[in-house]
Design a protein around this ligand. Structure first.
Ligand code: TRP
Length: 338
């Protein structure tokens, strides 16, 4: 009883890849044993940088739901829901947007970086600047204590805490929990070219890829550029395939790989073949379950629907408390409309 509450979200911008699985999803699955978990598809967030590409959002949500079930999320243990089905996120986002000073948003590192680095998308919108305000609303609606996120998201958590304090300060209340970010300590898996694994870099291995597609991508993982021929000694520390081995292969095998690579006793083709075997072995149970859930789209949607109904009850209650604190709760004065 009295478990601490955990909440986290995933965008529905693209299909899930190995980086999402190892960086987030596996950790979510573990946390559902220990905490009361709320996990959701952040589909409104996906609009913030991809507002023109709405045609894939429904497919991406389906892919997300299938992967969640295949990875072992359990609707008996965690509430699995869809953000855009819960309008309270949008209402609280609006309220928070009124009290959030612009400079707080303009100095968020992910915002500054993307504005500087991303040139193929239009990020000069109100929604993109307000991305972390919506995230703050997501989190506090469910009174989450812990938010498992990657390191790049920690400033969003800090901002959430600042918004919460400001709300409490202005409206002389204490309705929200100040959440804490919880970094997961997982081995870092790069993309096949050594950069961060990401849809936009074209270096991702997707959970929905066929084995042939996966194998093709594994074969193309960048190796030590100084090792041109099999007879050249290699340096595993400069090899992206070896970073994959560190995640998927046994330590003893990696010792041997290291020795044989440095001594030019094993070529990259053989090394990647055994990497592929290890990746397939570790993904096998998930891929089998993906096939199972892939044939049951209606069940997956049903799970997301039931979770959303549960989540909405909590969201309605928290929003109402916040509106009470503001002495501005027309859904109480004029009930039956909202
Ligand atoms: N910004 C998160 C990401 O890109 C997704 C997200 C949206 C989220 N709302 C959230 C994560 C609330 C945790 C809590 O990964």
């Amino acid at each position: 009883m009295n478990k601490k509450r955990v909440l986290s979200g995933m965008q529905t911008t693209g299909k899930l890849h190995l980086g999402n699985l190892l960086g987030a999803l596996n950790n979510w699955v573990k946390m559902q044993e220990e905490y009361e978990c709320y996990y959701f598809a952040a589909d409104w967030h996906s609009l913030s940088s991809n507002y023109e590409e709405t045609e894939d959002l429904e497919d991406n949500l389906m892919d997300l739901g299938i992967n969640w079930m295949a990875a072992g999320l359990d609707p008996e243990k965690a509430v699995l829901f869809v953000q855009s089905l819960i309008p309270e996120h949008a209402v609280l986002h609006l309220i928070f947007s009124m009290i959030t000073p612009l400079p707080w948003l303009e100095r968020v590192p992910s915002y500054k970086e993307k504005m500087e680095q991303v040139s193929n998308k239009d990020l000069h919108t109100y929604g993109f600047l307000g991305y972390p305000v919506l995230q703050a609303a997501d989190i506090v609606l469910y009174n989450a204590h812990y938010v498992p996120v990657g390191i790049d998201q920690l400033p969003h958590l800090e901002l959430t805490r600042e918004i919460v304090r400001r709300f409490h300060d202005i409206y002389k209340c204490k309705v929200f929990v100040e959440p804490e970010g919880k970094m997961s300590h997982v081995p870092k898996l790069p993309g096949t070219d050594g950069r961060k694994m990401s849809k936009s870099y074209g270096n991702a291995i997707y959970l929905s890829d066929s084995k042939e597609e996966m194998f093709g991508k594994i074969k193309n993982i960048i190796t030590d550029p100084a090792r041109v021929r099999k007879t050249d000694p290699g340096d595993p520390d400069k090899c992206v395939a070896f970073s994959f081995h560190k995640v998927f292969s046994a330590p003893e095998e990696n010792e041997l790989t290291m020795t044989e690579c440095k001594g030019a006793a094993r070529g990259c083709v053989a090394c990647k073949k055994s990497l592929a075997d290890n990746i397939f072995k570790s993904l096998e149970p998930l891929l089998e379950k993906r096939a199972y859930w892939g044939q049951r789209p209606d069940e997956v949607l049903g799970i997301l629907k039931d979770g959303s109904v549960k989540a909405r009850k909590v969201a309605i209650e928290t929003l109402s408390e916040a509106e009470d604190a503001m002495r501005f709760n027309f859904s109480k004065i004029l009930p039956g409309v909202r």
